[in-house]
Design a protein around this ligand. Sequence first.
Ligand code: ATP
Length: 236
Amino acid sequence: MKRTPAARARGISKYYGNLVALDGVDLDVEPGQVHGLVGPNGAGKTTLLGLLLGVATADAGTLEILGRPVGRPLAIADGVAGFVDGPGLYPSLTARQNLTAVASLRGIRSGRPHHVDTALEQAGLTDVADVRVRGYSLGMRQRLGLAAALLTRPHLLILDEPSNGLDPDGTRHVHRLINELTDAGVAVVLSSHRMDDLASLCAEVTILVTGRVVFAGPVEKLAAESGELDYRLQTS
Ligand code: ATP
C-alpha cells in the first residue's frame, strides 16, 4: 500500500514584491525520512520551510501536507511542528517550565505532564530539566527546541539549520534525536549548510539555487553527480 507523503509540493512559487524567492519548486517528502534542503544564502530554503509550517502561503502552485491541501495559513497544523530562526525559548524559565508553557499555549492538556517528561527524556535533558535555560549551551537549547516541537507528537517536523553552531558532541546528540524520530516514522525536513548533516542524516536532498531546484534525489545520487552538480551550480 502506498503511504501518504508527508509533504508534496508542485510548482510552488513565492514572491516578495518583484523578488522571486521560489520559482516553480517541486518537493516530495516521505514518512520516516529526513529530507535535506540545501543551497547558498538567499536560495529560498527558509521561505520553503515557512510554507511547510503554514506561516506563509505560496503565490502559485499546490502544496499538500500529510495528504491535506494547504491553501491558506494554518494555525498550528495538526501533525506538523518545528521552528525557523531559532527555537524561541524563555531564557529565565527552566527547561521544564518552557515545555509546560509550550504545552499550555498549544492546548496540550496540562493534565498530561508525562508528555513534558517524555519530551525532556527524548532530548536527553532530564538531568537539567530544572535549570534555567539561560545557562544552557547552544546544543542544549537546540535539543530543548526539538523537545518543544515533539510535544505535539508531529508526523512532520520542520527544522531550520538544526546543527548550526553546535560542537561535535551537540551535533551527535541532535543527529541521534532526529534519527530516533525518523525510526518512529516521523518525516523531517531540514535546511542545512553542513555536509555532515547531509551525509549522516538525509535520505533525500533538494538543492535550491535562487529559488529553483537544481537537484532532487537520494543523497547517494548527489555524491555520484557532484561533478555535474558543481557545474550546474556555477552556471545557474
Ligand atoms: P539563508 O541561507 O541566507 O537563510 P535561504 O536559502 O533561507 O537563505 P530565504 O531566507 O528563503 O533564503 O530568502 C530567499 C530570498 O527571499 C532572498 O533573496 C531573501 O532576501 C528574500 N526574502 C526572504 N524573506 C523575505 C521577506 N520577508 N521580505 C522580502 N524578501 C525576503
